[in-house]
Ligand binder design. Structure first.
Ligand SMILES: [Zn+2]
Length: 183
């Protein structure tokens, strides 16, 4: 865990002219996640539509993520304050103080943040150029190296697909896999 004083913000956007930068690799086996965990994330994504949802997957340090913590998408506040041209329909913003409290509570219980999730409303399950830029520090390395990214595509209010992205240190790039729920 990095220095909490320098906890990076978690936010991003997908907009027109912001192309997919990492798409799931069709040759890789799907990333398997628990049925109830995915159901919780998908429900959140549907409830927030047409706005993006955001939150984190939690769990023990090893093995599959086991829990979901929702966060409010504060992007409309950013927009209203003039900090962003984008509202919550095409971007998300997680409050850093809230995230910090959540991570501290997780770590006290021997758990940790395993992944960040967000939805793309009327967009595909990919990491956008902006998603990737927001996840990397000035050195081109991830701000959260061992944290995955789950992106859920919601089209017209219906969840269409999901993909999971992890940092590949050898390739120095995120790599993505389609998501399948555990049988
Ligand atoms: Zn995104």
């Amino acid at each position: 865990m990095q220095d909490r004083e320098e906890l990076p913000a978690i936010h991003s956007a997908h907009v027109e002219g912001d192309p997919p930068e990492v798409v799931p690799d069709p040759l890789q086996p799907p990333f398997v996640l628990g049925r109830s965990l995915l159901a919780e994330v998908y429900e959140h994504a549907r409830e927030c539509y047409p706005e993006e949802c955001c939150g984190i997957l939690t769990g023990p340090p090893e093995g599959l993520p086991s829990g979901v913590t929702r966060f409010a998408n504060l992007q409309n506040r950013q927009h209203a304050a003039g900090h962003s041209d984008l509202d919550a329909r095409s971007a998300f913003w997680i409050d850093v103080a809230e995230l910090q409290r959540t991570i501290r509570a997780l770590e006290d219980g021997g758990y940790r943040m395993r992944a960040v999730y967000h939805s793309h409303t009327d967009g595909g399950a990919y990491l956008s150029h902006t998603d990737v830029r927001a996840a990397l520090g000035p050195d081109g390395l991830p701000l959260w190296p061992d944290v995955g990214h789950l992106v859920v595509s919601v089209q017209a209010g219906t969840v269409r697909e999901a993909a999971y992205f992890e940092w590949d240190g050898d390739r120095r790039a995120f790599v993505g896999r389609r998501v399948r729920e555990e049988p």
